[in-house]
Design a protein around this ligand. Structure first.
Ligand code: DOR
Length: 435
C-alpha cells in the first residue's frame, strides 16, 4: 500500500530504510520475505498510549506495552506523561527516554506534561512530540484548568499542544449533582457532552488567538465533531478518535462491561459514534489513536466510582480497523491514512508512515483473510484483558518489521534489536508549520 494506492511490487530494504519500491527488484544476496497473498502496509503509529513506566509497572511497562504494539502491527507510539512521577521536566523526559532505549521493541516518542508552572521545562525539552495538557483531571495528578495558565502555555509553549479536552469546573459541578451514584453508566452523565465541548471550544479559541498548533485528543461527541467541522478550516488544529468511541456504545457497553467500559472521556450513545465516524471519513478527524490505558482487573473490579478510568487497546486497533475494511465500511487506503500516514504527518515524525524510497522500513504484513477471536488471557498487555473479549474479527497483522528488523511474526517475538526514538522534524521544535 503506497501513498499512491495499492501496487503489486517488491520492496527493497537496506540498513533499515526503504531503498526502492518496484517490480522484479534485484538484490543479490538479500534476504527474501515472501509476502504472496498478504498485504504490506506501513507500520501503524499509535499517537496516544499510556505505558505506565515509570511508577505503575504493575499495569504495564515500556517492554510489555511495546510488545503489545508489535503484535498489533504498531511500529511506533507516542506515550503520555501521566506516569509516576509525571513527565514534567526535561530531566524526567531524559530518564524516560533512557528506559525506553533499553527495552522498547518498537519506535517511540513522548509527550511532556504541562503543569500550571513548568513553562521553562516545556521549552527546555528536546525532540518531544508535543505538550500534553489535561484540561480536566483523569488518571494521575496532571491538571491545568485555569484560563490564565492555559493562556501562558499556549502563548509561550512553542511546540504542538495536545489537549485532553474536558472542562474541570463542569466535571466538579456534575460530581456534586450526581453525588452518591453507583451506576457506572452515570460516568457519562458526570463527564457529559457539554464537559467535552466546553473544553474543546476553549482550546480551539486559544489556538486561534496564539496561532498555536493544537491537537484534540480522543474526541467523543457529535457536538465537538460538528463544532470542528465549522471551525477547523484555516486553523492549525487536528483531531483524533479512538476505535472504542465508535465501536462500543452506551448504554449497552456499561451493561455488558461495567467499569471495564469506564474511561475519560467516556463511551457514549450511538449518535456520537456515528458522528465521529462521519467526521473521520470526511477529514474533520485526522487520525486514530487508542488511548491504551491499562488498569488491572483487580483495580477495575473495585466498582463505580472507585475503579480507575481507561482500557487497553494498542494491540487490537489495527485488527479492528482491518475488520471494518472487510465489512466494506472503509478502504485499506483510508486505514493507512488514519493510522500510519497522518499520525506521522501531524506530529512531524521524520521518515515515518509511508512505503516510499527514503522512508524507514517500519512495515507490517497483514493477512486480510485471517480470522481470529480476541480473548482475555491471550494478549500481550500486562493486564491481559480487552473490552473486545470474544469478538471475532477478520484481517490481522502477521509480521511486524521495525527499522528493517522483524520483531514479530505469527505470534513469535524477536527482541534482540530494539526500537528507536523517533525524530521530530526540526521545524516542529519551534512550533512547526501546519502540514
Ligand atoms: O480513561 C482514561 N485513562 N483517560 C485518560 O485520559 C487517562 C487514562 C489513564 O491514564 O488511565
Amino acid at each position: 500500500m503506497t501513498p499512491q494506492g495499492p501496487v503489486a511490487a517488491d520492496v527493497l530494504v537496506e540498513n533499515g530504510v526503504i531503498r526502492s519500491v518496484g517490480t522484479s527488484l534485484k538484490a543479490p544476496g538479500a534476504k527474501i520475505i515472501d509476502a504472496k497473498g498478504l498485504t504490506l502496509i506501513p507500520g501503524a503509529i499509535d499517537p496516544q498510549v499510556h505505558f505506565r513506566e515509570p511508577g505503575m509497572e504493575w499495569k504495564e511497562d515500556l517492554a510489555s506495552g511495546s510488545r503489545a504494539a508489535a503484535a498489533g502491527g504498531v511500529t511506533g507510539f507516542l506515550e503520555m506523561p501521566n506516569t509516576s512521577p509525571p513527565t514534567v521536566t526535561a530531566e524526567l523526559m531524559e530518564a524516560k527516554k533512557k528506559i525506553a532505549a533499553s527495552k522498547c521493541l518498537v519506535n517511540y516518542n513522548f509527550f511532556i506534561g504541562a503543569t500550571p508552572d513548568n513553562v521553562e521545562e516545556l521549552l527546555a525539552v528536546k525532540n518531544v512530540c508535543g505538550i500534553k495538557i489535561f484540561m480536566g483531571a483523569s488518571t494521575g495528578s496532571l491538571l491545568v484548568d485555569k484560563l490564565a495558565d492555559l493562556e501562558r502555555i499556549f502563548s509561550q509553549g512553542r511546540r504542538l499542544i495536545a489537549v485532553h479536552a474536558e472542562d474541570e469546573a463542569l466535571i466538579r459541578e456534575n460530581k456534586t449533582r450526581y453525588a452518591g451514584v453507583t451506576n457506572v453508566a452515570d460516568h457519562a452523565l458526570i463527564r457529559s457532552p457539554e464537559v467535552a465541548l466546553r473544553a474543546t471550544r476553549i482550546a480551539v479559541e486559544l489556538s486561534r488567538k496564539y496561532r498555536r498548533r493544537l491537537h484534540i485528543l480522543h474526541m467523543t461527541t457529535q457536538e465537538e465533531a460538528e463544532f470542528l467541522a465549522k471551525e477547523k478550516a484555516g486553523l492549525p488544529v487536528s483531531a483524533e478518535v479512538c476505535p472504542q468511541h465508535f465501536l462500543l456504545t452506551a448504554p449497552e457497553c456499561y451493561d455488558t462491561l461495567g467499569t471495564y467500559a469506564q474511561m475519560n472521556p467516556p463511551l457514549r450513545e450511538k449518535r456520537h459514534g456515528e458522528a465521529l465516524w462521519h467526521a473521520l471519513k470526511t477529514g474533520v478527524i485526522d487520525c486514530i489513536a487508542t488511548d491504551h490505558a491499562p488498569h488491572t482487573r483487580e483495580e477495575k473490579d473495585k466498582g463505580f466510582p472507585h475503579a480507575p478510568s481507561g482500557m487497553p487497546g494498542v494491540e487490537t486497533s489495527l485488527p479492528l480497523m482491518l475488520n471494518r475494511v472487510n465489512q466494506g465500511l472503509c478502504s485499506l487506503a483510508e486505514v493507512v491514512r488514519w493510522m500510519c500516514e497522518n499520525p506521522a504527518r501531524l506530529y512531524g515524525l521524520k521518515n515515518k508512515g509511508r512505503i516510499e524510497a527514503g522512508y524507514d522500513a517500519d512495515l507490517v504484513l497483514v493477512d486480510m483473510a485471517r480470522e481470529k477471536t480476541i480473548e482475555n488471557g491471550k494478549l500481550q498487555t500486562k493486564v491481559n484483558w480487552s473490552p473486545y473479549n470474544g469478538w471475532t474479527t477478520k484481517g490481522w497483522p502477521v509480521m511486524t518489521m521495525v527499522n528493517g528488523n522483524v520483531v514479530y511474526r505469527e505470534g513469535e517475538f524477536f527482541t534482540e534489536i530494539l526500537g528507536r526514538e523517533m525524530t521530530i522534524d526540526a521545524i516542529w521544535e519551534n512550533g512547526g508549520a501546519f502540514p
